[in-house]
Write a protein of this length. Sequence first.
Length: 292
Amino acid sequence: MRRRKRRKQRKMILISSLTLLFIITVGYAAFQTNINITAKGNILEKGITISELKNKVVTSGDGLYKDTYESGRYVYKGANPDNYITFNNEQCRIISIETDGTLKIMKKDSISSMAWNLTKADNWARPADLNTYLNSTTDANSYYNKLSSDAKGLIQKHIWEIGQVEVYNTDLAAQIQAEKGTTWNGNIGLISVSDAIRANTNIEQCGTMKLHFDNKLLCKTTNYIVPTSGYLWTISSRANIEGHVFRVNSDGNLSSNAGSDDYSGVAPVLYLKSNITLTGQGTETNSYNIKK
């Protein structure tokens, strides 16, 4: 009888010990899981700096590339790279990380269809009428004045390269130097022709203006800047023909048209300060957000 009782007691102790061990094991696993989730959440909440964004560089496919033409500069290329960013509660695309650490971004969609300039003048710094609309600090209806105060505080006033461009040129390096030949200092601008060309992953068939024209139906499939419909003005005017300005066409072409006669889409471009921090993933459904 006593032996049976002792065996029963030992069995109960064993069962109790195993139960306690199980509870401790499960509790520890749950605790570790919570730590991991919290840690990951803290990392995501911390975000990344512009400098850390450069770690996402790729060498093929859609994404962020080292710029072939300017050392220390990075450009997004492809049909749909993960370069979405929210600015002023609007979806934009990151064009490049500049050598000074600023982010060059453009609004994803056109805000309006407008003339580049109402007269034959093709000098953005004159200023062109579109320049005035985008940048005026006195006109309550200007694009700049309609931005929130927080958004204005994120903008880095910048040097813009607005030199004239030869049509159908075959030397992108020379074209970039021509664009650098004339500059303007301001807040809001437009993409340049070289911005549009450098956004293409298909360098062999789309790496110059002439190639972009010859292979436009192909080039538009590997370049996120090409609009799905209509046209977008660039900041670049055409050399040798007064009053003509380049625009990006939905068929993939980079054509020059009269800035006074043609009404094309306007996708504002600006530079964000280099000290910002980003959260999010840069995708269309989880775009980068500027951490406050």
